[in-house]
Design a protein around this ligand. Sequence first.
Ligand code: GLN
Length: 447
Amino acid sequence: VDTFLERIKSYKHLNVFLDVYEEEARQKAKEISEKIKNGNAGRLAGMVIGLKDILAYKDHGLQCGSKILDGFQSQFTATAVQRLLNEDAIIIGRQNCDEFGMGSSNENSAFGPTLNFWNENKVPGGSSGASAVAVAAGLCHASIGSDTGGSVRQPSAFNGTVGLKPTYGRISRWGLAAYASSFDCIGPITSSVADAALLLEVMAGKDEYDSTASPIAPELYSDFTSNLEKKRIGYFKEALHSEGLDEGVKQATISKIEQLRSQGHEIVELDFPELKYLLPVYYTLTMAEASSNLNRYDGVRYGHRAKDAKNLEELYKKTRGEGFGKEVKRRILLGTFILSAEYYDAYYAKAQRVRTLIIQKTNDYFKEVDFILSPTTPSPAFDLGRKNVSATEAYLEDIYTVHANVCGIPAISIPNGKSPEGLPYGLQILAPSFAEKDLLNFAKHIE
Ligand code: GLN
């Protein structure tokens, strides 16, 4: 704990932690050392973990990277976090993120951007950018982030860490501040597949506080003793030939595929003409869900309350006007439009139908292959403060990652080499629902 606390101080300029629980972590470390001596310590004894500022931890600040939650303290602890604590993990602090998880660069945080660990002029990715930087910079053993459309995997790709998005419902969402409820997943960011597996094992499982948490019993994900059989591995032709795919990322992905082929795995090229619908479906539905979820921030119940409002309506308007950042406002407005009576059928209902179609097609692919490989992102980490980039262009960043959330399937990003400038590349592996055991075993063998 002392070592991490010192490193956190020396990397302060990266803007990773919004709060560091210094005294508490030291105290906890002492208690756990005693438990270790007495032989009754939990499975995560001594593991030092950072939490994205989107997970509730009782009596600790929670702001979702937003001014609208100024001064807010959690009144309960997220189920996933409680399970870490029950196994004697040490929570070291709260990490910066894009406001309410909306973004791919951490630049949408009210607390300023976090910097990429490998190059401080580059973005760390988002929205769990700081959580990935924390692991890359050795500021904690692991971080817990959230992934609605890639927020655990994309920053992992940008910082050379491992990021796991489990099956929807594998980990309870109780205590995870909602962005888009039918997409949101909690996921670990770690320096190895083994750590990701162990953390999943501890956090997964049913929960009486979240009816969408699956009753299927979690498996022993951290047991890697089974051998790797020959697998059938697919890749989408469209993904490797998509416009805007960086040449280095492309070559790194192709050489990984060739390496797997030479190891005797069967490689299958798949056609996925629906690739181009992933982003429109994802953004239409998540904005709709966000506009509904975020209406709870009204200046009455949580955090910030505008001063001098003359009536209730003015209180809402002023509070939200002052409290929300530009991207969050954009999504609430678009989401409200999408859900409005006149446009509901044209946008929301249509996007739901396309979502179902994509889920069916994806399930069909998994009859032919065990996993689907792709780059995690179309390029390595991009420049901080990019000028003249429209919101629509920024959304292209998520082209490969949103697929898993649209379908609710598990996906992992593992490091896959670096660019000539030393920026990490990520490789994404998709698997069928609840195939985490198989997915992690495969990822461990090829990491
Ligand atoms: N970048 C995507 C978005 O802005 C994904 C974010 C996330 O997974 N929370 O919606």
